[in-house]
Design a protein around this ligand. Structure first.
Ligand code: AMP
Ligand code: GLY
Length: 435
């Protein structure tokens, strides 16, 4: 019996959204994946083995425009990629319009959009996180910093595109961060409230989980590489690469982290009348005293999604639908064995201002490799030529039987791609830099 194929709308334009489009298009139920606004990679014709993808020229934050589009095209499910539309209340607005949408409400997304809210919730629930204080006033914040001799981290409480965190060595650095946030307002409203916390030491881990507001099902653990250059040097970026799973973490440890970190956060939000449905992402520091939460995000990570989703063997659509129907407990979540490594290719200047319109070559050669996925991030189509439209241009993912094999394949694919000034880290998923 022929069934109408489902139409999915993905909101966002980065590598994470391209990976979501790819993963959802694999579902036997899906006919078309619309991506608003998408990029040069989120456009492909239907082939016998998967659905088609269609970019939609509506900005990710145009809630009204997207609701109108979803109605007009009879979209069956909308999936929100980035944090900004969540913080603007996109999920609330879609639900009020009677449309099915995957992601947390504005109130639940405060776990990401307000670090002060998240820290206070963690303190109340006993979720391990660095000691902290919240300030609105420069003088009060300064005197707190001066009273502390231990190294501190100063954070804008609101959304700042991953750039609002200052890991400080000295009191002077902390004072300068406070001045930038509160006096200079470099992140505007997002820095009106600041969180000052103790600096932790350890390796980082991204623990992402699906949740239906009650049940929590962790995805494979991933590790992001936030610094621009090899060996974790240079400025923080949105993420220069990732791998999954993380070999130094066992399945039991993941279960324990879900129990002591994710589950209590989900329960606390439910008790507050703001149940969280969507992907809950804990950025963790694995310290000598156990895992501590650095931050919560209310969505899939980018580039973690590009390393995690290629390993998902079961149907992503089925898992997302199970979250919305509050039956996540029964949803199948099966993973391919082996590892996935994702290398981000950036243009010169990133994470600062970047040139646009640089032509990109070798995409087809890289995509032709088996077990390689070239996810587009900041790309656009200029009369048939793919050019860059942002700092992070591509996320090249590859599967391998183990981390070393996956990294080898990812870098082999990277070597087929070239564009002017192409910059990437050579140590993603590798103990030592490769070149
Ligand atoms: P966040 O914006 O909170 O995710 O922080 C961005 C990055 O800053 C993290 O990935 C860490 O590398 C670093 N960081 C954040 N909080 C701390 C902390 N308390 N101690 C040490 N490093 C931190
Ligand atoms: N990769 C970090 C983030 O998505 O926030």
């Amino acid at each position: 019996m022929a069934m109408k194929g489902k139409r999915i709308l993905i909101v966002g334009s980065g590598g994470r959204e391209h990976a979501l489009a790819w993963a959802l298009a694999r579902s036997p139920e899906v006919e078309t994946v619309y991506v608003a606004p998408g990029n040069a990679g989120t456009r492909w014709p239907a082939r016998s083995d998967r659905a088609s993808a269609v970019p939609v020229p509506i900005p990710a934050e145009d809630i009204k425009g997207l609701i109108a589009f979803a109605r007009e095209r009879a979209i069956d499910l909308t999936v929100v990629g980035p944090e900004a539309p969540l913080a603007l209340g996109m999920v609330d607005a879609f639900r009020a319009a009677g449309l099915r949408i995957f992601g947390p409400t504005q109130a639940a997304a405060r776990l990401e959009s307000s670090k002060a809210f998240a820290k206070e919730l963690m303190r109340r629930c006993g979720i391990p996180t660095a000691d902290f204080a919240v300030f609105h006033d420069l003088d009060a914040a300064r005197s707190y910093v001066r009273r502390h001799s231990s190294p501190l981290v100063v954070k804008a409480s609101g959304l700042a595109g991953g750039k609002g965190t200052f890991v400080c060595e000295t009191v002077q650095e902390a004072e300068e961060a406070l001045r930038l946030l509160i006096e200079e307002r470099v992140f505007g409203e997002a820095g009106e409230t600041v969180v000052i916390e103790e600096r932790l030491e350890g390796r980082e881990l991204s623990l992402l989980a699906l949740t239906d507001g009650q049940t929590v099902r962790p995805l494979l653990p991933a590790r992001d590489h936030k610094r621009l250059r090899d060996g974790d040097q240079g400025p923080n970026t949105g993420g220069m690469g990732a791998y999954a799973p993380v070999p130094d973490i066992s399945g039991e440890e993941i279960e324990a982290m879900a129990r002591i970190i994710l589950q209590p956060a989900v329960e606390a939000l439910a008790r507050q009348g703001a149940p969280f449905t969507g992907v809950l992402y804990a950025g963790l520091m694995l310290t000598a005293h156990g895992p501590f939460v650095l931050e919560f995000n209310a969505r899939l990570g980018d580039p973690e999604a590009q390393a995690i989703l290629p390993l998902l063997e079961s149907d992503l659509l089925e898992a997302l639908e199970a979250c919305l129907d509050r039956r996540l407990e029964e949803a199948p979540l099966r993973w391919r064995s082996g590892s996935c490594v994702t290398v981000v290719l950036a243009v010169p200047g990133y994470p600062g201002p970047v040139p646009k319109g640089i032509p990109i070559f070798g995409l087809e050669e890289a995509e032709a490799m088996e077990d390689v996925w070239v996810f587009h991030a900041g790309t656009a189509d200029a009369n048939g030529q793919v050019v860059n439209a942002g700092g992070r241009v591509l996320a090249v993912s590859a599967w391998g039987a183990d981390l070393a094999a996956a990294a080898g394949r990812a870098y082999a694919a990277v070597s087929r791609i070239h564009f002017e000034g192409m910059h990437f880290r050579c140590d993603i998923g590798r103990a030592r830099p490769f070149r």
